[in-house]
Design a protein around this ligand. Structure first.
Ligand SMILES: C[S@@+](CC[C@H](N)C(=O)[O-])C[C@H]1O[C@@H](n2cnc3c(N)ncnc32)[C@H](O)[C@@H]1O
Length: 266
């Protein structure tokens, strides 16, 4: 059996269409920011730029660089935001563990992205390096027991004869940190005034169809791209949707979010 390989790509149009929960969580984080209006910020893992747009609306004299590993996401964000914000919005393809900046941002905003990065020591060191002294980090990502019920089902299903040929040895593509580990990693990376905490944020899809679309587009896309064809992918998602249909409430993802705040020493 060949070694499983993943891409780093996303279906940007589908993510943009279906990411209502991520948008709502992100807006809550955004409302907590205390902005002067002239900052230069990094949106770390900006996706299609839905939240970057609101950041920019709150920075009438400021600028945002949106960075994302997925080219599809970056292209989508640039096309959507350039006409409205011109040079105040820049988008770059890049990796959060190899950031091409040093000491230049007043703040870093990030939502729903850090759990896709497996090496949080390196992630937080990179984030600290790109901030100017006194700069802040304000972020939210999956953490703790995020989607624990779904993960357990996925692990079980991956070991069955129907799917094990492709997924039997596949490691999860996420790291869901607990709050204490995140706080100590942030301090080790050079941050101070560190706060980290978990909050439950279950999301119920409107029905089986939307639940399946979610799984396909942005929860299990790394698993599904290893399956050989759409028939097998549909069978995999269908079995998970069937199981969720028997839950009470149905079609519910047991999301848990990790909120992070920290400051680089002045
Ligand atoms: C769920 S989307 C979140 C997008 C947006 N922040 C939002 O809240 O809607 C996660 C994003 O993280 C990006 N990402 C994952 N790993 C990354 C990495 N190592 N460096 C940069 N971006 C990464 C993905 O490409 C994806 O666009």
């Amino acid at each position: 059996m060949s070694t499983p390989r993943n891409s780093c790509e996303w279906n940007a149009a589908e993510y943009h269409r279906l990411s209502a929960p991520q948008f709502q969580w992100g807006q809550r984080v955004l409302r907590q920011l205390e902005l002067r209006g002239d900052e230069c910020l990094l949106d770390a893992g900006c996706g299609t730029g839905k939240l970057t747009r609101i950041l920019l609306e709150n920075l009438p004299r400021g600028r945002v660089i949106g960075l994302d590993l997925s080219r599809n996401m970056v292209i989508h964000a640039r096309q959507n935001l350039a006409p409205d914000f011109g040079d105040r919005a820049r988008f770059v393809t890049g990796d959060l563990v190899a950031l091409p900046f040093r000491g230049c941002f007043d703040g870093i905003f990030s939502t729903a992205s850090f759990h896709w990065v497996l090496d949080h020591d390196s992630l937080f060191r990179n984030l600290c390096d790109v901030l100017r002294p006194g700069g802040w980090l304000h972020a939210q990502c999956g953490g703790g027991a995020n989607i624990a019920r779904l993960r357990q089902r996925v692990r079980g299903l991956s070991q069955t004869p129907e799917f094990s040929n492709w997924l039997g040895k596949f490691s999860e593509p996420w790291y869901f940190s607990d709050a204490e580990s995140a706080a100590s990693r942030l301090r080790a990376a050079g941050f101070e005034e560190v706060k980290a905490g978990l909050e439950e944020a279950a999301y119920t899809a409107s029905g089986e169809r939307e639940f399946g679309e979610y799984l396909r587009t942005f929860v299990l896309h790394r698993h599904l791209e290893l399956l050989p064809n759409d028939e097998v992918r549909t069978a995999f998602v269908g079995k998970l949707a069937d199981a969720s249909g028997n839950d009470n409430p149905q079609w519910t993802l047991d999301y848990c979010r990790l909120n992070i705040r920290a400051v680089k020493p002045a």
